[in-house]
Design a protein around this ligand. Structure first.
Ligand SMILES: Nc1ncnc2c1ncn2[C@@H]1O[C@H](COP(=O)(O)OP(=O)(O)O)[C@@H](O)[C@H]1O
Ligand SMILES: [Mg+2]
Length: 248
């Protein structure tokens, strides 16, 4: 008897999206299996953030399909996506600057109507990963350092008990040591909690070392895919995204 083939947690097929006349996604195919970390790399303007935002319905897909756990979610309204337990930490770590750390984290739990027990367990997990957030619970989000704000953005996403966590450029603008802490936390979440992760990064070196598989996007299309190790060895990746680029 053969084992049933695992269904991808996320399957994106021939996805197109545009801003007015600007076609940002021109037919993208991408899959994420349960328990995988998948990296999406590519130059500025390639369409990486648009891909993540289209999963949330902003902008809406113009063609193609997004399947989550086998269900077609292409036309699910933005406010209902979080209830499906897809969470994101958007580019620029959009936390609520006037709210405290505690309130920001509660917002994450509210997105999925979590029970008290689930909130407590979520907080516990976030504080184990990012002890600094515990020390700063009553501090306003806007007064945190860049690294702490990124931790808070990820923490808030985790409070919604995601089945899929999507991170848009989590290391952007962070000192190397802090960036490393963020990547370590993502690895821990994947290994210990089995969390499935899509990570968008310009830091291709870091991202491909972390990821099981990666995709390269150029001008709204996927041009290469493979395991993280394979992609790190490809000469075209080395010249375009590694050598002379930002290094770990
Ligand atoms: N809100 C927007 N309005 C118009 N064009 C946009 C908008 N956001 C992104 N774009 C354009 O879509 C393309 C893809 O952008 P983006 O998805 O942000 O790329 P990346 O995240 O890979 O840097 C770019 O040409 C960008 O200028
Ligand atoms: Mg982007």
């Amino acid at each position: 008897m053969t084992a049933p083939s695992a269904q991808p947690l996320l399957a994106i097929q021939a996805l197109r999206a545009a801003y007015g006349k600007i076609e940002a996604l021109k037919g993208v195919d991408l899959e994420i299996n349960p328990g995988e970390i998948v990296a999406l790399i590519g130059a500025n303007g390639a369409g990486k953030s648009t891909l993540m935002m289209t999963i949330f319905g902003k902008p809406r897909a113009r063609a193609g399909q997004i399947l989550f756990d086998g269900r077609d979610i292409t036309d699910v309204p933005t406010h209902e996506i979080a209830r499906l337990r897809i969470a994101q930490s958007p580019e620029g770590r959009r936390i609520f600057p006037r709210m405290t750390v505690a309130e920001n984290l509660q917002m994450g739990a509210d997105a999925t109507d979590s029970s008290e027990a689930e909130r407590a367990a979520g907080l516990d997990r976030v504080f184990t990963l990012f002890p600094r957030l515990k020390e700063r619970m009553t501090q306003r989000g806007g007064t945190l350092s860049g690294g702490e704000q990124q931790m808070l953005a990820i923490g808030r996403a985790l409070m919604s008990r995601p089945r899929l966590l999507m991170l848009d450029e989590p290391s952007l603008g962070l000192a190397p040591l802090i960036a490393r802490q963020i990547f370590d936390a993502i690895r821990t979440l994947n290994r210990q909690d089995g969390l499935t992760v899509l990570i968008v990064e310009q830091n291709a070196n870091h991202a491909l070392r972390l990821a099981h598989r990666g995709y390269v996007m150029v001008n709204g299309l996927i041009t290469l895919q493979g395991t993280g190790t394979e992609l790190l060895q490809r000469p075209e990746i080395r010249s375009a995204y590694l050598e002379g680029g930002r290094r770990a």
